[in-house]
Ligand binder design. Structure first.
Ligand SMILES: *Cc1c(COP(=O)(O)O)cnc(C)c1O
Length: 371
């Protein structure tokens, strides 16, 4: 449906257009100079030594699971309040995603619940920086070291966010970003793994490129791999977007504060609580209805807003209640009550750089009238 106020919108300037045209004119469309340039700039931005570009955030998560040799019989602990890819990456390889509930204020995985869920089969933890907010990684890092677990930060929603001076994605064994057009920056489709583990990066590079090794030939495949490459066209677009991140983050922060001014004190709504020392790069703007509302109320509000030309959505449907998870693992409503109580009441409101104060007034006015 067409909305007069869009839910999301990429931030593309003439510089991005020219960069893409430049690659087209160069004739080097893949595995060319823009790939190395994009990876190097990205690693610098994330304070890691390595960055590995790939075809999507989902592909990046899958590459890490594969490179860490996680598979059948293994368990991976993660949050049910996320986009489905953060658990699917384990399931694709036959490992079991083990969910633990979330913190009711930050909406992120509750780090204190992870250790009780660790078993002999646990191989990794995948915390997700939901809507841009970095998970408290210190607790997770100490616990992971104690049990010999790998830590993959699903940072797909958190490019540009920091916890103190540490960028999202730089705090675990590896972090993953996604560049779908609704994210803070886009390459159309695309993703990036960041890590300071050179061996892990080398394995991810091989697996994304059909199992080739850096020094082998085009038809030498020492291992089973994939085509998860990112073209130079995408990389050129990403380079310009990355160079504009400060501007993009600031534009989104401006819109977030316009919403917070209008909705922050509203008793019938709650906004995501931001932990101290966190500098947010906002992915989406989600409000939560108070307990007096049920899911049907929320769904009616979404329908009404949409009918009035306002782009909106429910973020997220709990992963454990997706039909194939229910069928496979026997999950049922009530398994993760904090996650479910939130997921039934979320409303994502229009959120992008072009929104004016008048747009935010319109959105908030309509929302409050519907409450
Ligand atoms: C967007 C997103 C992904 C996947 O990114 P794609 O590039 O669409 O594959 C993974 N995890 C989370 C939490 C996301 O928001």
């Amino acid at each position: 449906m067409l909305h007069s106020i869009d839910l999301a919108k990429p931030n593309i300037t003439e510089a991005e257009v020219n960069a893409v045209v430049g690659v087209l004119r160069s004739g080097r469309l893949s595995l060319g100079p823009k790939l190395a340039e994009f990876e190097e700039a990205f690693a610098t931005y994330c304070h890691t030594t390595e960055a590995v570009a790939c075809s999507s955030g989902t592909a990046g998560l899958h590459l890490l699971i594969k490179a860490m040799e996680i598979g059948a019989g293994d368990e991976v602990i993660t949050t049910p309040f996320s986009f489905v890819a953060s658990a699917n990456c384990a399931l694709i390889e036959g490992a079991r995603p083990v969910f633990v509930d979330i913190d009711p204020a930050t909406w992120n995985i509750d780090p204190a619940l992870i250790e009780p869920a660790v078993t002999e089969k646990t191989k990794a933890v995948i915390p997700v920086h939901v809507f841009g907010q970095p998970v408290d990684m210190d607790v997770i890092t100490v616990m992971a070291q104690r049990h010999g677990l790998r830590v993959i930060e699903d940072s797909c929603e958190a490019l540009g966010s920091r916890d103190g001076d540490r960028p999202a994605g730089s705090m675990g064994d590896a972090g993953v970003f996604g560049f779908y057009p609704n994210k803070q920056m886009t390459t159309g489709e695309g993703g990036m793994i960041v890590t300071s583990d050179a061996d892990l990066a080398r394995m991810c590079r091989s697996l994304r490129n059909q199992g080739r090794d850096g020094n082998g030939g085009w038809l030498a495949h020492p291992r089973l791999g994939y085509n998860y490459r990112l073209s130079d066209i995408n990389c050129a677009l990403g380079l310009v977007q990355l160079s504009r991140m400060d501007e993009i983050v600031a534009a989104r922060a401006r819109v977030e504060s316009l919403y917070r001014e209008r909705l922050g004190a509203e008793e019938r709504l709650a906004m995501q609580a931001v932990r101290p020392n966190v500098a947010m790069s906002w992915f989406v703007l989600v409000v939560r209805l108070s307990e007096e509302y049920v899911q049907a109320d929320r769904d009616r509000i979404l329908k009404e807003l949409s009918g009035r030309g306002i782009g909106c959505s429910n973020y997220f449907v709990p992963i454990h209640l997706q039909p194939f998870y229910v069928e496979r693992f026997g999950h049922k409503p009530g398994d993760f009550p904090v996650c479910e109580a939130l997921a039934q009441r979320t409303i994502a409101l229009p959120f992008h750089h072009e929104l004016t104060e008048a747009d935010v007034d319109t959105v908030c006015g309509e929302l409050l009238s519907l409450l």
